[in-house]
Ligand binder design. Structure first.
Ligand SMILES: [Zn+2]
Length: 87
């Protein structure tokens, strides 16, 4: 039995002929909210990664603990992991 693990970035998919399981991980990167938009400028808060300020299921889960911005302002990264087995 041979095992292989393929990690795909940004949702690209490769078919597996045999039994395979797919795990999709979504993580949120840098904050991209423009804090100077109201004065016509451009300034980011420098937050590098979204960190939920509360547990899943609460409103705090959508707010970044580091910069206080909504999760939507953070860059979304989708990572698809395909684990297939050849028998
Ligand atoms: Zn922010």
């Amino acid at each position: 039995m041979k095992k292989c693990q393929v990690v795909l970035k940004s949702g690209r998919r490769r078919g597996c002929s045999t039994s395979s399981s797919m795990i999709t991980n979504v993580r949120y990167g840098e904050c991209q909210k423009n804090h100077a938009a109201n004065i016509g400028g451009y300034a980011l808060d420098g937050c590098r990664e979204f960190m939920a300020s509360d547990t899943e299921g609460t409103t705090g889960a959508l707010t970044c603990a580091a910069c206080g911005c909504h999760r939507n302002f953070h860059r979304r990264e989708v990572e698809t992991e395909v684990a297939c087995e050849y028998t």
